[in-house]
Ligand binder design. Structure first.
Ligand SMILES: Nc1ncnc2c1ncn2[C@@H]1O[C@H](COP(=O)(O)OP(=O)(O)OP(=O)(O)O)[C@@H](O)[C@H]1O
Ligand SMILES: [Mg+2]
Length: 379
């Protein structure tokens, strides 16, 4: 097939800036962070992360884009199209059989929908979810409203558009304060867990000012955390081996959350944290509960082909959906700790097999090829 790989490439200077400006020493020892451990006091200075330095955190590096290209090129004829403001004309001219979509888009809460919407207009098949699902999942409150309607557990929450709304808080402390529509832990720092009105006010102001977007305040769940890679559609939907986030590998004294510092500063490919356990050690009951809510969430939100779903347990050990990532990160280097490729490896799939499987699943959905069964997955 003639494939166009559509992508947004991280700007080198911004990457450099993340590495230099934001390198923050972890606080001194407070005892290791672990699920259910008491929250660390706010000993961390907020890193000097500014809008420029995390602006491109969701975009892909040249290394990732090239790894996806190489995986597809083993089987197909691949061209690259950068998802910039000329993307529509380039897609119209190229008219590929199918697009492998990894574009994050520019600006706004619906940015991930931009390329899929163009492709729908041009009637070009593409991998992954449609514009509606991508937009809903990027707006954490819209996704959680739908999950709640369908009685799928998700932490209680409210949305703050303006600082005057702070006292409408129906959520008990401690809570998490997050930007409403970001990913890659943008705006989620060690200090984003708040335990008092003054901390809540401080964090809300920071998010409102830095990201110029509404804030979601969520009940903080202190149990184990997992991320679940889903692959396929309908009756051929597979749950890959579940990844657990091991908070006890974070620097001593920090809060047990997978924050921006944890993803991008304390865990580096030259000094990786051993932060994932895959397959997670689970009782059959917990494994079934996690898989069940993830299958339901995937289906209800009409995800297609693939998605990574974040899950965290409450104090009683009951799993809740934190959020869905229908455009999951796929860093190729195992040292970079990327959850979807990690889960695929545990299922016996190489990186190239994973990328090729996503393409074939999408092509099968459009009837471009006979719907082939999923590759063998060890779960
Ligand atoms: N309500 C919550 N209770 C406990 N921990 C939470 C909660 N919300 C977020 N977290 C922690 O913060 C991390 C990042 O939050 P979240 O997944 O919402 O951000 P994101 O930027 O969308 O992440 P991703 O990199 O997966 O796109 C979670 O992995 C979890 O460790
Ligand atoms: Mg997440």
């Amino acid at each position: 097939m003639r494939i166009a790989l559509v992508y947004n490439q991280k700007k080198e200077e911004a990457t450099q800036q993340i590495l230099s400006d934001d390198l923050d020493e972890p606080p001194s020892s407070q005892g290791k962070a672990s699920p259910n451990s008491p929250l660390a006091p706010l000993t961390l200075q907020k890193p000097a992360i500014n809008q420029v330095s995390d602006m491109y955190a969701e975009w892909d590096t040249l290394e990732t884009i090239d790894a996806v290209r190489a995986a597809l090129a083993e089987v197909h004829d691949v061209s690259l199209i950068e998802a910039d403001q000329n993307a529509y004309a380039k897609l119209q001219e190229a008219l590929p059989d199918i697009v492998f979509n990894m574009a994050e888009g520019f600006y706004g809460a619906s940015r991930e929908a931009q390329i899929p919407a163009m492709l729908e207009m041009l009637n070009i098949p593409y991998t992954g979810s449609d514009p509606l699902t991508l937009s809903i999942c990027l707006d954490k409150s819209r996704a959680k409203e739908i999950l709640t309607y369908h009685r799928i557990p998700t932490p209680r929450f409210y949305v703050v558009n303006d600082i005057t709304e702070i006292d409408n808080n129906p959520v008990q402390f401690p809570c998490m304060v997050k930007p409403l529509h970001e990913g890659s832990s943008k705006g989620i720092y060690n200090s984003s867990i708040v335990r008092s009105r003054s901390e809540l006010l401080r964090e809300i102001i920071i998010v409102l000012e830095r990201y110029n977007e509404p804030v979601i305040v969520e009940e903080y769940l202190d149990g184990r955390e997992f991320t679940v890679a889903m692959l396929g559609n309908g009756n051929n939907l597979a749950v890959l081996p579940i990844v657990e986030i091991k908070f006890d590998t974070l620097p001593q004294g920090v809060n047990p959350i997978y924050s921006f510092e944890a993803k991008w500063i304390w865990d580096r490919s030259d000094a990786p944290l051993d932060i994932f356990s895959c397959p997670a050690s689970l009782t059959p009951k917990l494994k079934n509960e996690i898989e069940d809510i993830c299958r339901k969430a995937y289906t209800i939100l009409r995800c297609r082909d693939w998605c990574r779903i974040d899950v965290r347990c409450d104090t009683e050990g009951k799993p809740h959906i934190l959020e869905l990532n229908p455009l999951p990160g796929i860093l190729p280097n195992p040292e970079d700790n990327s959850c979807f490729p990690k889960a695929a490896r545990a299922a016996g799939m190489s990186y190239n097999q994973l990328i090729q499987a996503v393409l074939l699943i999408a092509a099968g959905r459009y009837g471009l090829i006979d719907i082939s069964p999923l590759p063998h997955i060890n779960n």
